[in-house]
Design a protein around this ligand. Structure first.
Ligand code: B1M
Length: 215
């Protein structure tokens, strides 16, 4: 297979042998971010489709996810960055009950490479832990990620909890993840949350929203 198709295939097959060499060759031709967006994420999409239609079993999905993570870790040091920090602080978490973190960690990379400080507290985070970390680190905004349909309900509950604790004015909220839709966030959740809640379809929209929050 040609190089870029092979990279996509590596994600689908969970094939790590020779991954770094292929990534190094790919970086001769395009930027690390273009490799992620155009080739690696295309592979993850195939994995999602195969899994969703019952043609791929969970352990293989996990292997694909591990190869994806290794690939991103190899590319990350080669990205253009302004990691001086100081533009503002974002807390990132995957919500309670949800283990998916590849997207959240991409948001972390993009936002922190563009002058922000990111406090990434990981997966399966209940709202109590999110709010505790937000207060401890004095963040400017809270970002929640979740890929399960169930997580969209958890996000709604989290916003209600923030309302009832009187924290909605204090924290603008960014939401992202495959199960969300723009209209659910911008209509339904916006109706519920007394503060500012916004939808990011990808990591770059997350960055732009941070720019707007801090403007
Ligand atoms: Co899971 N999984 N999974 N899985 N998995 C999905 C989400 C699913 C859609 C697959 C399918 O059926 N087609 C399905 C959910 C169905 C539903 O809820 N209706 C599903 C399921 C069912 C499950 C399990 C329940 C399976 C099981 O156990 N039987 C289980 C859940 C466990 C749990 O959470 N409690 C499970 C487990 C796993 C693995 C562990 C094997 C693995 C995750 C590994 C990991 O993350 N460390 C995994 C994977 C890899 C997937 C798919 C195939 C790929 C997800 C991914 O990484 N995509 C996924 C299929 C899919 O999404 N269509 C699937 C690439 C990533 C970059 O995209 O995270 O969407 P994404 O992030 C994007 C944007 O959404 C956005 O920016 C990113 C970059 O553009 N974004 C943000 C995300 N968060 C953001 C936050 C922001 C801003 C933007 O600001 C705060």
């Amino acid at each position: 297979l040609p190089l870029f198709e092979r990279l996509e295939r590596r994600i689908v097959d969970g094939e790590r042998n020779g991954l770094e060499d292929d990534l190094d060759a790919a970086m001769q031709e395009k930027s690390p971010l273009a490799i992620i967006n155009e080739n690696l994420l295309a592979g993850m999409k195939v994995v999602g489709d195969l899994f969703g239609s019952g043609q791929m079993q969970l352990p293989f999905v996990l292997q694909s996810a591990e190869v994806m993570k290794s690939a991103v870790a190899h590319l990350e040091p080669h990205m253009e960055k302004d990691d001086s920090g100081g533009k503002g602080k974002l807390l990132l978490a995957t919500v309670k009950g949800d283990v998916h973190d590849i997207g959240k960690n991409l948001v972390d990379i993009i936002v922190s490479n563009n002058g922000y400080d990111v406090v990434n507290i990981g997966i399966k985070q209940p709202i109590g832990a999110i709010l505790e970390a937000a207060e401890e680190h004095e963040v400017d905004a809270i970002g929640m990620s979740g890929l399960l349909v169930k997580s969209t309900v958890i996000m709604k509950e989290n916003l209600e909890e923030m309302n009832s604790r009187g924290l909605s004015e204090r924290y603008p909220v960014l939401l992202g993840g495959a199960a969300l839709t723009r209209s659910y966030v911008e209509n339904d959740l916006d109706e519920i949350y007394q503060g500012d809640v916004r939808y990011a379809k990808d990591a770059f929209e997350g960055l732009h929203l941070m720019d707007r929050v801090m403007a």
